[in-house]
Design a protein around this ligand. Structure first.
Ligand SMILES: Nc1nc2c(ncn2[C@@H]2O[C@H](COP(=O)(O)OP(=O)(O)OP(=O)(O)O)[C@@H](O)[C@H]2O)c(=O)[nH]1
Ligand SMILES: [Mg+2]
Length: 486
């Protein structure tokens, strides 16, 4: 038995994705208030979904047959498995619960539970002679209900399960391939979110070869308009079995090539990044304000500088004593704190200013912290020095007092101001990193976007000139460059 799929153990990939998901989760926690609630909910759902999917093992590839009622999903499921397991029929809609076929030695129960497949709807290699295809090891094939069902329960099942699927296999029939419901409701979405997809044009045994080819070309054109420029259309007949081998080979390729599940998780994260873009400012790079400057200002306001000068004066014999340590003034801390918040949130959306403001200690708490820290300092004793050492001793004690005072102030603000600001900046950068990835992997816009009303007549002409391919069962692919020239 080949275990080639398992050999491509994508452990490192899982680890990297796990790390990213974790970073995203903690960034969301830090930044929660800075992100509008609906976006936050969406992001949390994406994070949980990715987390759960990674947890369940990306060495399984979940492929789902999706499409309208009667397009032949269940029949195709049976053709691919070689077992009459899914119920196909003439009463519409036929399927209202999900069936799964599992090609693997393990049971994948946790993953099937997560997908919501009932125990009685799981077909395993041990239970039945699933098509003997070692190349499919690791595949979980799902037969879904119809996506645009008259039955609300069916639609709910599909909408719940689709985001959890690694590879979508859309099954369309020649009558309904152009239906808006599938293009607008699903294919554009799958293309926008980057969810790996394949498209099978079923029922082609009912068409002449010429008609099948024309429908496949037209479907390819519509897919390009949906943004699916590199998704092949595979003509098949689930009833006669024509084209099913090509489709199976395509699925094998997906299962074997690398982890489709990892791709799906990555795409999910990229999509989360796109959602996030709405909540982040473009090209903002938060900078930590000057900590030394803040410390120096606060220390000065607390009288540290004046006391250091006084100590030097005592050493020089120009003063008799060093004044006592003053209490920190609340209004000074308040002002310095606000300046800090302003500088720390420069260039960021306004909500982030609020988040930083809330993350750092309020002024009264900071004032207390600074007072406590300064009161705990063991200050050097300033006494008269012999004449010839006055200058040097004065300078040393001045510097030492400044150093001790500033260190004390720093120790008070570091955990309550600097660290929380830094954590929020880090959260912002982590989130922004995701939007950068999302922007980098944005799908190519179909050329037709610029002319939404109608494709120009000349765009159709070259299609008609296409020679009929020798092998009608080969996937139909529209050349990208050709598309751009249209
Ligand atoms: N001629 C022909 N008939 C097909 C083909 N595929 C499916 N059928 C028939 O079309 C009807 C519907 O097929 P199903 O497999 O139940 O369709 P489905 O997509 O699962 O439908 P729902 O479960 O209602 O969503 C059945 O009578 C099938 O025998 C095909 O490729 N060619
Ligand atoms: Mg069905």
């Amino acid at each position: 038995m080949s275990v080639s799929f398992e050999e491509v153990s994508p452990k490192d990939e899982t680890a990297v994705l796990h790390e990213r998901v974790e970073r995203l989760r903690s960034s969301l926690e830090w930044a929660s208030e800075a992100i509008p609630a609906p976006i936050r909910t969406e992001l949390h759902a994406a994070v949980d979904r990715c987390d759960e999917r990674l947890e369940l093992g990306i060495d399984w590839t979940v492929v789902a047959l999706a499409g309208g009622t009667g397009s032949g999903k269940s029949t195709l499921f049976n053709a691919l498995t070689g077992v009459e397991f899914a119920i196909s029929g003439v009463a519409r809609p036929t399927t209202s619960h999900v069936s799964a076929a599992v090609w693997g030695h393990e049971r994948a129960d946790a993953l099937l539970d997560w997908l919501g497949v009932e125990p009685g709807s799981r077909l395993r290699r041990d239970d039945a002679p699933l098509s003997e295809d070692p190349e499919l090891t690791g595949l979980i094939l799902l037969d879904l209900p119809d996506h645009d069902s008259v039955n609300a329960h069916n639609r709910e099942v599909v909408d719940r399960i689709l985001p959890r699927v690694d590879l979508l296999l859309w099954v369309v029939d020649p009558q309904k391939y152009a239906d808006n419901a599938i293009h607008e409701g699903y294919l554009r979405e799958a293309s926008a979110t980057g969810q790996p997809s394949l498209v099978a044009l079923n029922h082609v045994d009912r068409l002449s070869t010429q008609d099948a080819w024309e429908v496949a070309r037209d479907l390819q054109r519509l897919l390009a308009e949906d943004g699916m420029l590199s998704v092949p259309v595979m003509p098949v007949s689930a009833r006669t079995g024509q084209g099913v081998d090509v489709l199976r080979a395509e699925i094998e390729g997906a299962v074997q090539a690398r982890s489709v599940a990892a791709d799906a998780v990555a795409a999910d994260l990229v999509d989360a990044g796109r959602t996030l873009e709405r909540a982040l400012a473009r090209d903002a790079d938060p900078e930590l304000p000057d900590v030394a400057e803040l410390v120096a200002s606060l220390a000065k306001a607390a009288g540290v500088d004046a006391r250091a000068e006084a100590a030097a004066a005592v050493v020089a014999g120009k003063a008799s004593s060093v004044p006592v340590q003053e209490r920190m003034r609340l209004e000074v801390v308040d002002r310095e704190r606000l300046d800090w918040v302003d500088a720390a949130s420069e260039g960021l959306p306004v909500q982030w200013r609020v988040v930083i403001d809330e993350a750092i200690d309020p002024a009264d708490a900071l004032t207390r912290e600074i007072d406590i820290a300064l009161a705990a300092v063991e200050w050097p004793v300033a006494d008269h020095a012999p004449l010839f050492r006055r200058r040097a001793r004065g300078s040393v004690i001045r510097k030492e007092m400044l150093r001790l005072g500033r260190e004390a102030v720093l120790s008070a603000i570091e955990p309550h101001v600097v660290q929380p600001t830094d954590a929020i900046h880090q959260a912002y950068r982590n989130l922004d990193e995701l939007t950068v990835i999302a922007r980098a992997s944005a799908p190519e816009q179909p050329a037709h976007d610029e002319e939404p009303v109608q494709a120009p007549a000349e765009a159709v002409a070259p299609v008609e000139e296409e020679p009929l391919p020798a092998d009608i069962w080969a996937p139909v692919m529209r050349d990208r460059d050709e598309h751009h020239r249209d």
